[in-house]
Write a protein of this length. Structure first.
Length: 296
């Protein structure tokens, strides 16, 4: 009987844990409709998709501010920058999800501890609680890694487009704006954000440095450094863009070749665990059955 109770508690807790991210990220439709009606006819103001807690001194934001250490908030902010900002993925929602998952793990562990007291359950509760607390950060880190790889793949084509635009007579700023607004993907989004920073009065060098810090892509960092050096020493931008595009294209091909060489190693374990036993069963199984029938 206690085992069935424990299994029921775990099942209910897992279901609630799976519903937490959906409940936190969802915005009630009536509230969203009221906000749209109140904002109708007013000048459009860029929404704060950063989700920072500094501007929220009251309510839930203040509570999150007190419950979250500064180091954790700074780490989540960096992960959000790498994963890409969006209204459905803000700092407040991520921190709320972390705290709710932590509370869910502790509550589930306490209920299981009541039914099955002992130190293994306590240790498991601590491990599960730590894993649940850091799960949103792990998901953001994974998304940031995928986004950085996509930007590294898109960079050579973007540089080719900018090089053609500069050679046709456009300045570097107009070529960058053309590549940003005509492109799709995370790299175009980051370039648009950089242009917005420059448009509101931020110095170009600082905007480029902020782009490098947000994306954390080595190829993009190398490109920004080359552009800054070209502006400092008066080197033609078209030559820099052409050289950078050729170098990035070679690196992209080298990365593809490296990934292709890893495929045989990655295939070994599925082959040994899944395919090889089935082949042995099909090939050797009839012979074993025949031998058993003959001996019997």
């Amino acid at each position: 009987m206690p085992l069935s109770v424990v299994l029921g508690i775990v099942a209910v807790s897992v279901a609630l844990g799976l519903l937490v991210p959906l409940a936190v990220s969802a915005t009630p439709r009536p509230v969203a409709g009221v906000r749209r009606n109140l904002a109708r006819g007013r000048p459009v103001v860029a929404a704060d998709t950063g989700g920072g807690l500094e501007s929220r001194r009251r309510g839930a934001g203040a509570t999150l501010r007190h419950l979250t250490p500064d180091k954790v908030a700074a780490r989540v902010r960096r992960l959000l920058d790498r994963a890409g900002r969006s209204p459905a993925r803000t700092m407040s929602k991520v921190l709320t999800t972390k705290l709710v998952l932590l509370g869910w793990a502790v509550l589930t562990g306490a209920l299981v501890e009541i039914q099955l007291p002992g130190w293994p359950v306590a240790v498991g509760t601590v491990v599960v609680a730590l894993g649940a607390y850091h799960l949103p950060e792990a998901l953001l880190w994974s998304r940031g890694q995928d986004r950085a790889k996509r930007m590294a793949r898109e960079l050579p084509d973007t540089l080719d487009q900018m090089s053609i635009a500069v050679e046709a007579g456009l300045s570097f700023e107009f070529a960058l704006a053309r590549a940003a607004h005509s492109g799709t993907g995370p790299l175009a989004e980051e370039l648009v954000r950089t242009l917005q920073d420059v448009a509101v009065g931020r110095p170009r060098r600082q905007a480029y440095d902020a782009l490098v810090r947000r994306t954390d892509v080595p190829d993009l960092q190398r490109f920004v450094g080359a552009i800054n050096q070209a502006e400092a020493y008066g080197v033609p931008v078209a030559d820099v863009l052409r050289a950078q595009a050729d170098e990035m294209r070679v690196k992209r091909r080298q990365r593809a070749e490296a990934e292709a060489m890893k495929v045989p190693v990655k295939v070994v374990f599925p082959l040994m665990l899944c395919i090889l036993p089935a082949m042995l069963l099909v090939v050797v199984g009839p012979a074993v059955l025949q031998l058993m029938t003959t001996l019997g």
